[in-house]
Write a protein that binds this ligand. Structure first.
Ligand SMILES: [Zn+2]
Length: 211
């Protein structure tokens, strides 16, 4: 269990890291963490520039989106964050990014081929079709996808991850972007592609639960 102060500190730290890595755009993407009471969540505010958020910009909301603490409007994707937590009740952190390579990966209907261990761990990452950002339809589709995997790619939009800790959710978001980047480089080189042998894919796949 953690305090509200720890939740807010980690949201700011991870938002800064993801922005520095280019996974969040100036106003695109949002981060949340369960609050200390277990019944509300802390979430980044709507629209505000993601490169310079402060703890006082964060908003604590109930399941219906109503604000308990904070003076700003919550992210328009607040329903998607709640949908993620409800898909996996043991989770405490969720990350939505507009990571450019993972987004292009989804738009072009790519899959992760067995080019490295991360690609094997991510191979079941579902692809959620386009729905209007901020809509209940998107939140419902993400809710279903995250029952299958702790991360999903949103076509024509970005990606969403949820995990036991906010740190783990952020790590998965970075892994999806980095692995999509390697797939892109492989396609750009265009030579003969060497895959990890099937036998090793079978042996490595069960380890996906540990990431
Ligand atoms: Zn978005």
């Amino acid at each position: 269990m953690w305090t509200d102060r720890e939740a807010k500190e980690q949201i700011i730290q991870i938002t800064n890291e993801l922005f520095a890595h280019g996974l969040l755009t100036a106003t695109g993407g949002n981060i949340s963490a369960r609050a200390a009471d277990g019944e509300t969540i802390w979430i980044t505010p709507s629209q505000l520039y993601k490169g310079g958020l402060h703890e006082e910009d964060l908003v604590r909301i109930r399941r219906d989106g109503s604000v308990v603490e904070g003076s700003r409007a919550p992210s328009v994707e607040w329903q998607m964050h709640w949908g993620a937590y409800e898909a996996r009740p043991d989770t405490t952190g969720a990350v939505h990014t507009h990571a450019p390579v993972a987004t292009a990966f989804g738009i072009t209907n790519q899959v992760f081929p067995p080019i490295n261990t991360d690609a094997i761990f991510l191979r079941d990452t579902p692809l959620v079709p386009w729905y209007m950002p901020g809509s209940k339809e998107l939140a419902d589709a993400v809710h279903e996808a995250l029952k299958q995997s702790r991360g999903c790619i949103l076509q024509n939009h970005g990606l969403m991850t949820v995990d036991k800790t906010l740190r783990k959710a952020a790590t998965r978001a970075m892994m999806i972007e980095e692995t999509a980047k390697i797939v892109l480089y492989v396609k750009q080189f265009g030579g003969t592609v060497s895959y990890i042998p099937d036998e090793w894919v079978e042996r490595l796949a069960p380890l996906a639960d540990f990431i």
